[in-house]
Structure formats: C-alpha cells, structure tokens
Design a protein around this ligand. Structure first.
Ligand code: SF4
Length: 435
C-alpha cells in the first residue's frame, strides 16, 4: 500500500461520471492508501475523468493533459479515464506518451490494476462490472448516488454513449437495496438512482435474476425505512408506462421532479434520432404527469438543428415548449459526435441557423421561467438541506427539485425543513425557514 500518497481528480460530465469518480476514489483510498488533494502540484496521481457527450473537443483534452504534465511533480502518474478514454483508447498514449494509463468508463473497477501497469489501456465496453462491490465513498454525506445499470441499449443516432459504456446490464436489485440501505443508515437520506436509461431497468441481468422492473425497484428502495427521498436520472420518455407514472405519483418518497428528455418536438426528427416515441406520446405522458402530480416539475433536454431539421420541425419543438412549460431545460445546438450515425448525415444545418434557433428557444424558455417566478414567491416547500454557501447561507432542494437557499448554518444540513420562498430566480430561489 502506498500510504500517504495523494491523488488529484478532475471530473467532467454527468452524474454517472461523478459516481464513477467516487468508485475510483473508494478503490484508491481503501486498497492503495491514497488520500485526496486539491493541489495538482502535490499529487502523486492525477486523474481526469472525461466526458464525450458535449464536453470539450478532443484537442482541448490533449492541451489540458499537457498542462497537467508540465505542472505535475517529478514521478507523478497521469491517468485518463471515462468516456473519451473509452472511445480514443490507445490513441491517447500515442498522442500524449506521458499518460501512464487509459481507463474506459466501463472499467473503473480496474483502477488499482492499471495504476501498477505502465501504458495500460483498459477500455473493454463488454466488461461486466454489474456485480462488482466497490468500496464506500460519497462526495456528500447527505445524498448517495447508487448505480442501477451500466451501459445503454438504445441507439440514439446523435449519442456516443453506447460506444463508450457498452450494452445495458442491470445491477441486481438486492445489491442496489443493500447499498441504498447502507447509505441511508449512515445519513444519506436521499438516494439518487443512476443509469443511462433507468426505466428500462431489468431488461438484462448478468446471470439468473428474478424479473424486476424499474417500478418494482422504486417500491423496494422506498421500503427502506431510513430512506426519505428518492430521485433518479435519466428516465426515457418511451418507457414511461402507466404503471411507472402511477408509482411516481403515489409513492410519497419519490421526489416530484421528472426529467423527460424531449430532444425534438418533431416526430419526423425523433424518428431520425431513433428515439422510439412521437411528439404525441411525449405530450400525452407530460399531460398525464401534470394531471396526476400537482406541483410536479418537469425538466428536459433539447437538441436544435439536428441534421435535416426544417423550420417547421423546429416550430414543433417550440410548440412542445409552450404546451409543457418545462421548469428546467438543458438545450444545445447539435454537434456531430464521433462514432455516431448522425455525424455522416448529409443535411447538416448551418451553424448560424442552429445558433438562431437555440437563441429563440432559450429566449422563450426564459420568458416562461420569468412568469413562473411570480407564482413561486410565497410558496412553502419542504427543503432537504445539503450544502453550506458563502455569506451564511445554506442550500437545499425542494421535493420538486427547486434549489433554495436560506440564511442558516450547519445545523440545517441533513434536515428537511419547511421554507417559504421570499425571492424567486430562474434557476434558484431564496427563502426563510417557516417556524
Ligand atoms: S438513451 Fe439515447 S441519448 Fe440516452 S444514453 Fe442511450 S443512446 Fe444515449
């Protein structure tokens, strides 16, 4: 064991990457005696956990690791991990020979192996980590990310994830429940279930396993007494069947915020994206959700200017925005990703057209958020506090996922308290604790 050695880690991208980094940290600390540092220059090991979805272009990654190489101390190792590691593999070491190892997104359990194998490249996207028991490490004592599946079976034509994380395998339900129970008993009252496509859970397990759907899994996790809140990401609109929506509405432990990645409002473009649902299906699910769950918040992802998107297609996206009035929207201009079918589609949209559509979509969404702000002042929500903020503030999230800060101190952390909103913003609000 390398007692006292230090590691520095930079994590890019989504919650899956955050969890992968937590897994690597758990392995490094428990099995190799490493301790974390926030100072790159004093690290013995520098890790960058990369994202390929919409992160920096590959050239930027190489310039960043070049900077790491210049700043690192004598003898320190550099490892490139995550999705970009999966898709570039050996090329990373060819272009940057000072990189000591490359570890793909589906191989994080091998961190202690590659650490001792100079030049190792472990990027097998068929590797099965679904039963691997990682050590315990969580970035927050109040919330636990728990993986429920690895990989993705969908073939959305704009997405690189199936090439970086491989085919979908569900983690056995008993392991998930065990991990959630352990985390909740140690104070993480909020369990955040993670997968690329959570509501497709149970489609394939490694080895024999009783049939279990995502709806069944939600029920099982909610039966853990110490768990107070359950969140999950990302569900797929295609798999939002009635049983799932009914459980979401009925179960008081499931937080009432739903991510519904629309991507496009045009059924024609959704077909080209291979999303598997139509505009009508999406609108039907969103309407049912609003109807069944008063106060629910719906967030979404939108890609504008996908190849072949006409003005009429884009207007359909605008129409869905008007109808659903998303509480949160992550919107992007389409950018071709390596290894994806859509990158070679002929009818790519000129950049300025994409920029204009994105500006219009975001402008209208901001107007919708501004209108919502007025309704929010005076509302009372149950807020679970998780984080100290500068200026004597404490921040937490309401059941429907609004970020709310109040004046306060550590004593609020890990507690759920009633808060009245006094000042509403587009993405975060201020409030006061209701006595
Ligand atoms: S569902 Fe589609 S967008 Fe999501 S990870 Fe899978 S392939 Fe990518």
């Amino acid at each position: 064991m390398a007692m006292g050695k230090k590691f520095y880690i930079e994590t890019l991208g989504c919650a899956m990457n955050v969890r992968d980094s937590e897994h690597m940290i758990a392995e490094l600390t428990a099995k190799e005696g490493y301790v974390p540092t926030e100072t790159l220059e004093e690290a013995d090991l520098i890790l960058i956990n990369t994202c390929s979805v919409r992160e920096k272009p590959v050239n930027k990654l190489f310039s960043e690791i070049g900077v790491f190489n210049k700043r690192k101390k004598e003898g320190a190792k550099i490892g490139v991990c995550g999705c970009t590691a999966s898709h570039l593999g050996e090329e990373i070491i060819k272009r940057a020979p000072f990189v000591d190892f490359v570890l793909g997104a589906r191989n994080v359990s091998k961190i202690t192996k590659v650490l001792h194998t100079p030049g190792a490249v472990e990027v097998d996207i068929d590797y099965d980590e679904s039963r691997y028991a990682f050590g315990d490490f969580r970035s927050s004592p109040y919330k636990a990310y728990v993986n429920i599946s690895i990989g993705c079976d969908k073939k959305c034509t704009f997405c690189i994830v199936p090439h970086t994380r491989g085919e979908e395998i569900s983690i056995p339900a008993e392991l998930i429940v065990q991990e959630a129970r352990k985390a909740a008993r140690s104070g993480a009252k909020e369990i955040f279930l993670l997968g690329q496509n959570v509501n497709n859970y149970g489609r394939r397990f490694s080895g024999d396993h009783p049939k279990t759907s995502f709806t069944d899994l939600l029920k099982m996790v909610s039966e853990i007494e110490e768990v107070e809140r359950i969140r999950f990401t990302s569900p797929h609109p295609l798999h939002m069947d009635d049983a799932f929506l009914e459980e979401f509405a009925r179960n008081p432990k499931i937080c009432k915020s739903m991510h519904m990645p629309l991507q496009s409002g045009s059924s024609r473009i959704l077909k080209a994206m291979k999303r598997g649902y139509t505009k009508e299906w999406f609108l039907d699910r969103a309407a049912k959700l609003r109807d069944m769950v008063p106060g629910v918040s719906i967030s979404t992802d939108v890609i504008v200017a996908f190849p072949g998107e006409t003005e009429a297609d884009f207007e359909e996206t605008m129409e869905v925005l008007e109808k659903v009035r998303f509480e949160q929207m992550f919107s992007f201009k389409y950018s071709p990703r390596p290894l994806t079918p859509a990158q070679s589609y002929e009818d790519q949209i000129p950049d300025e057209v994409g920029s204009a559509r994105l500006a219009r979509l975001q402008g209208r969404h901001n107007e919708i958020l501004d209108a919502m702000k007025e309704e929010r002042v005076g509302q009372v929500h149950e807020v679970y506090f998780e984080e100290l903020r500068p200026g004597g503030m404490v921040a937490g999230r309401s059941d429907n996922n609004m970020l709310i800060s109040v004046p306060g101190s550590e004593e609020l952390l890990g507690r759920t308290v009633k808060v009245r909103i006094t000042e509403a913003g587009r993405t975060s609000h201020r409030g006061e604790v209701v006595a």
